[in-house]
Design a binder for this molecule. Structure first.
Ligand SMILES: NC(=O)c1ccc[n+]([C@@H]2O[C@H](COP(=O)([O-])OP(=O)(O)OC[C@H]3O[C@@H](n4cnc5c(N)ncnc54)[C@H](O)[C@@H]3O)[C@@H](O)[C@H]2O)c1
Length: 412
């Protein structure tokens, strides 16, 4: 505690006191900056990969937060020099690069959005983390659990930097409201759920050379298309405990599956069925959860707002309970912007963001288990796929009839 100043204090002592206080102030300020390095300034953001999702979703989200004084978009990177030039011109981004390492060294961004194809996510995320940047990496996170664990090992231990996965369907007012209702047990226990990503993709879609292949697309609709809905289901229902699945290749000439079905048991005891397809003419993304006192249903295609959610109570539910369940509040649609706001708040607080670490790994683990169950005709339990398991390093697990011929030959 400071003591009252003695009126007879000599000038020298007073001067020393002032110097001491000023040094104390400086070191407190220094400590504060170390503890909160982003305090009082904009977060410097960079975008890697300037294709469809970067221009359609990341740039608008970053621009919205730039307009609020939260971030500053400092650079973009793409191996295609014309693409990055166009992106920078359209978005008013000052520095364009074709080399990620050079950009990281010269711009020292605080946050890097990774919007490249999935097979590049691991090396680019690691490069950004090592340069001290937080990462917001597009889904699917990385091709395998081994890749995910390698990335997680590069994260900071206390206060970041962390790598968060883009799972924008978890964010927005609808998902937040329903997550809270379920976590609080407001509608009773969740009992049974349906999770559907039944989409349609034609032959022209699969004529693009990198699609339909394990090596370049990472997986079939379970990985590339259904991951958002499964991730949201897990976010709402919590940890799963076991899965039994089937996969088929019914229409498309692909290495991967074009449809899969799965039965999942959750730690809570709830049961779920999951369907992921790219052969369903009537397309829908849907989650339905029957709780003891109400059914919650989300029906949409690529994103949702409050209107996409419906809550149907049991006949004898009290009117005030129903009103509370149906009070979704101010509509905040699921979106990249909604997730980015959350991520920026975590960065400023120096806290692990949602959708990173174990929380960002859950859907990849369920998908890996789904493939293993389908290809080995067994029940797979949560936590069982680790180093030494063929599915830890490849989603096809080397399974005959599913693994690429080159993989089977190499491991023969
Ligand atoms: N969150 C969502 O809803 C959503 C929707 C669509 C796509 N995605 C994901 O976003 C990612 C990108 O998809 P897209 O549709 O934008 O693809 P895209 O092909 O349109 O864009 C990818 C860009 O990455 C660039 N690139 C390739 N190699 C690079 C490298 N080594 N360094 C820098 N840039 C490189 C390409 O030149 C291209 O401009 C994928 O993981 C995809 O699954 C997410």
């Amino acid at each position: 505690m400071r003591t009252p100043r003695d009126a007879t204090t000599s000038k020298t002592t007073e001067h020393e006191n002032i110097e001491h206080e000023s040094r104390q102030h400086e070191s407190t300020e220094h400590e504060r900056r170390l503890a909160a390095p982003l305090a009082g300034r904009r977060i410097k953001a960079a975008v890697i990969g300037t294709g469809a999702i970067a221009s359609g979703s990341h740039l608008p989200a970053l621009a919205a937060l730039a307009a609020e004084g939260e971030v500053e978009i400092v650079a973009a990177v793409d191996i295609d020099a014309d693409a990055v030039k166009r992106f920078c011109a359209d978005g008013g981004v000052p520095h364009g690069y074709t080399d990620l390492d050079r950009m990281l060294a010269e711009q020292r961004p605080d946050l890097v959005s990774i919007c490249t194809p999935p097979t590049l996510h691991r090396e680019q995320t690691v490069a950004a983390l090592r340069a001290g940047a937080w990462v917001w990496c597009e889904k699917p996170p990385v091709p395998t659990l081994a890749d995910f664990d390698a990335v997680e090992a590069e994260e900071g231990t206390d206060g970041g930097p962390y790598a968060s996965i883009v799972f924008q369907h978890r964010f927005g007012s609808g998902a937040r409201h329903v997550r809270r209702l379920i976590a609080d047990g407001a509608m009773g226990r969740p009992l049974v759920a349906h999770c559907q990503t039944t989409w349609y993709r034609n032959a022209a879609y699969y004529a693009v050379p990198w699609r339909g292949k394990w090596e370049t697309e990472g997986g079939g609709p379970a990985m590339g298309h259904g991951i958002h809905q499964m991730d949201l289901l897990l976010d709402l229902l919590g940890p799963w405990s076991e899965v039994r699945a089937m996969a088929g290749r019914l229409v498309h000439e692909v290495q991967t599956e074009d449809v899969s079905t799965a039965l999942v048991r959750f730690e809570s005891g709830a049961l779920a069925t999951i369907v992921n397809s790219v052969l369903s003419p009537d397309e829908v993304s849907r989650i339905r959860i029957d709780c003891e006192r109400a059914t919650v249903e989300l029906t949409h295609l690529y994103g949702h707002s409050n209107d996409n959610w419906r809550i149907t109570p049991v006949p004898d539910a009290a009117a005030e309970d129903v009103a509370a369940w149906q009070a979704f509040g101010v509509d905040v649609p699921s979106s990249h912007l909604a997730q980015l706001r959350d991520l920026v708040a975590s960065m400023r607080a120096g806290e692990r963001p949602r959708s990173s670490g174990a929380d960002g790994r859950t859907s990849l683990e369920l998908i890996t288990a789904l493939y293993k169950s389908a290809f080995t005709d067994t029940t797979v339990r949560a936590g069982e796929i680790g180093p030494g398991d063929p599915y830890y390093i490849a989603l096809h697990g080397g399974a005959p009839g599913w693994a690429p011929a080159t993989y089977e030959e190499a491991s023969a």
